[in-house]
Design a protein around this ligand. Structure first.
Ligand code: ADP
Ligand code: MG
Length: 238
């Protein structure tokens, strides 16, 4: 587990500043949701934390260490994307274990980690299947399973449910909530869906045009929104 600290984080693409000085403290084991409309900078912010995007200005700390210049695989994070990023020619077992295969972990260690991830995600009976024999929700579980085997200190999710239909989205939302309860790992979760934000978050960060509008517990934001934007965003029926 790890704290994540952002100090005046900025991102420019050419002359355009899309992340405009974000200060944020994420506690050990906290489930934090970045929420805001499309284009407000959620993915860019997450990608900077992951190390997939350079930071133009500011300081990023993970677990008390400044990681601005640290390679993604050295940051103790694992990221789950919206598109499943799983390999069609590999079995579920091979897909879940892929990160450890790349890391050249011993076979026994890999198999134990795959079994543990499969147990957590209730996928033990699916390990020999290929992605074409899985539902959309099961495929997304495989992607989450791969993240689990890496034993990250921080999980990053970028709209992991947006490709799923409404019923499945609800199932997977509960699944991710359970995952957090079981692992107690710090999780940073990006969504534009206020229901996901309200149900999953310990703390919500509302973003607009690359700036933080408000940070707080779901019910604090709901009852005491800092401005009309926050009120509309969290209060509007989905
Ligand atoms: P969100 O995930 O909230 O929808 P993004 O982080 O993807 O938003 O994008 C934030 C802003 O940054 C948008 O205006 C987008 O067009 C811009 N942007 C994102 N990536 C790039 C890039 N590689 N080059 C230029 N502009 C980008
Ligand atoms: Mg995005």
């Amino acid at each position: 587990m790890a704290t994540v600290r952002l100090k005046d984080i900025r991102k420019r693409f050419g002359a355009t500043e899309v992340i405009k000085g974000i200060d944020l403290e994420i506690e050990d084991g906290e489930f934090v949701v970045f929420v805001g409309p499309s284009g407000c900078g959620k993915s860019t912010l997450l990608r900077m934390i992951a190390g997939l995007e350079t930071i133009s200005d500011g300081t990023l700390e993970i677990g008390g260490r400044v990681v601005n210049e640290v390679q993604p695989k050295e940051r103790g994070i694992a990221m789950v994307f919206q598109s499943y990023a799983i390999f069609p020619h590999m079995t579920v077992r091979e897909n879940i274990g892929f990160g450890l295969t790349v890391a050249k972990a011993p076979k026994a260690e890999r198999e134990a980690a795959v079994q543990e991830a499969a147990r957590i995600l209730q996928m033990e009976h699916l390990l020999d299947r290929r992605p074409s024999q899985l539902s959309g929700g099961q495929r997304q579980r495989v992607a989450i399973g791969r993240a689990i085997t890496r034993k990250p200190e921080v999980f990053l999710f970028d709209e992991p449910l947006s490709n799923l239909d409404a019923a499945l989205r609800m199932d997977m939302r509960m699944e991710i909530g359970r995952l957090h309860k079981e692992l107690k790992t710090t999780m940073i979760y990006v969504t534009h869906d206020q229901v996901e934000a309200m149900t999953l978050a310990d703390k919500i960060v509302v973003l607009k045009d690359g700036e933080v509008q408000q940070v707080g517990a779901p019910m604090d934001l709901y009852h005491n929104p800092a401005n009309l934007f926050v009120a509309k965003f969290l209060g509007a029926p989905s």
